[in-house]
Design a protein around this ligand. Structure first.
Ligand SMILES: Nc1ncnc2c1ncn2[C@@H]1O[C@H](COP(=O)(O)OP(=O)(O)OP(=O)(O)O)[C@@H](O)[C@H]1O
Length: 262
C-alpha cells in the first residue's frame, strides 16, 4: 500500500517555538486517521502542511509521492480535498448548493461564467446524493444550517475525487442529531474501498466516526501517541495529551471520555 503522506522529523517553528515538534508520521492510502489534541496542540498546522499551504522549518513532508520544496505545489493541490470552516467562509453565501459543489471541479470559489460539462453536473448531483444534500441542491449556501453547510463543505472536497481527504473539525458546533448524522455519513464513506486516505482533526473522542483506523494524539506540537485506534487510544494517552486524568469508554466502535474526579 503506497503512502499518501510521509512526514520525517518535521518541525514548524514560529516565534522561537516549535508548534510542530519533530513529527514523524506515515499515512497509507487505506488508512483513516483522527488527529486529536487540545487547543493549540498543532492539529491545524499539521493539516496545513498536508495541504501544501505551509512548508516545514525543517524535516521532510512528502504528499502523494511529491516532496514539499522539490515540487510545484500547484500540481499536488488539486489531488487533495480539504474541508474546513476557514475555507467555508470563502464560499459565496448567494451560491446555490449545486454550484458550490460543482465549481470544486475547477478549483474556484464561485461559479463565474464557465460552461460546465454535463458530466460535472451529473457527478455533483451524485455527490450531493451521497451526502444527503440532493433536496437542497437549489438552496443558497448562506441559507443552510450549520450541519448542512458542513456536509456541503465535505461534498465540495470530495467532488474532485481527491487522493487525500483532510477534514478540520467537521462536526464542531453541530447539534447532537446533525453530529450523529454526519458521523454516520463519514463512517459509510470511510468504509468504501474507493475512498482515499482520510485525516480528520477533532478535539473530542465522541466525534471519531466508526471505522476510522488510526489516531494521533498531540500535545504542544509533539506526538504523545500514534497508531491503530484500538490499541493507541487509551485513557493514559488521552490524559497525557490533555494534561489531566481522563477516563475512556468504548462501545460499538464509538468512544466517550471524561475527566476523572479527584
Ligand atoms: N503564524 C503563527 N505565529 C505564531 N504562532 C502560531 C502561528 N500559527 C499558529 N501558531 C500557534 O501554534 C500553535 C498551534 O496552532 P494550531 O492552530 O495548529 O493548533 P490546533 O491544535 O489546531 O488548535 P485548535 O484546536 O485551537 O484549533 C498555537 O499555539 C498557535 O497559537
Amino acid at each position: 500500500m503506497s503512502s499518501a503522506l510521509d512526514f520525517t522529523d518535521v518541525v514548524v517553528r514560529r516565534d522561537g517555538r516549535d508548534i510542530v515538534d519533530h513529527v514523524t508520521w506515515q499515512v497509507s492510502e487505506d488508512q483513516r486517521w483522527v488527529v486529536l489534541g487540545p487547543n493549540g496542540a498543532g492539529k491545524t498546522t499539521l493539516l496545513q502542511l498536508a495541504d501544501t499551504l505551509m512548508h516545514p522549518t525543517s524535516g521532510t513532508v512528502t504528499i502523494l509521492g511529491e516532496t514539499l520544496g522539490r515540487t510545484d505545489v500547484f500540481e499536488i493541490r488539486p489531488r487533495i480535498g480539504f474541508a474546513s470552516t476557514a475555507m467555508a467562509r470563502r464560499i459565496p453565501r448567494d451560491e446555490t448548493v449545486l454550484n458550490t459543489v460543482m465549481t470544486a471541479a475547477y478549483s474556484v470559489m464561485g461559479r463565474w461564467n464557465e460552461d460546465y460539462e454535463g458530466i460535472d453536473e451529473r457527478r455533483a448531483r451524485r455527490v450531493l446524493a451521497d451526502w444527503k444534500l440532493e433536496h437542497l441542491s437549489e438552496r443558497l449556501f448562506g441559507t443552510l444550517s450549520d450541519g448542512e453547510q458542513k456536509r456541503v463543505q465535505i461534498a465540495r472536497a470530495v467532488m474532485t475525487d481527491p487522493e487525500l481527504l483532510l477534514l478540520d473539525e467537521p462536526t464542531a458546533s453541530l447539534d447532537l442529531g446533525s453530529r450523529e448524522e454526519l458521523l454516520q455519513l463519514l463512517s459509510g464513506y470511510a468504509a468504501s474501498p474507493t475512498t482515499p486516505a482520510m485525516i480528520m482533526v477533532t478535539h473530542h473522542v465522541e466525534e471519531i466516526p466508526v471505522g476510522f483506523t488510526h489516531v494521533m494524539l498531540l500535545r504542544e506540537g509533539g506526538i504523545v501517541a500514534q497508531g491503530p485506534i484500538a490499541e493507541t487510544l487509551t485513557a493514559e494517552a488521552l490524559s497525557e495529551a490533555f494534561g489531566m486524568p481522563i477516563s475512556l469508554s468504548a462501545e460499538g466502535g464509538r468512544y466517550a471520555a471524561r475527566a476523572v474526579s479527584a
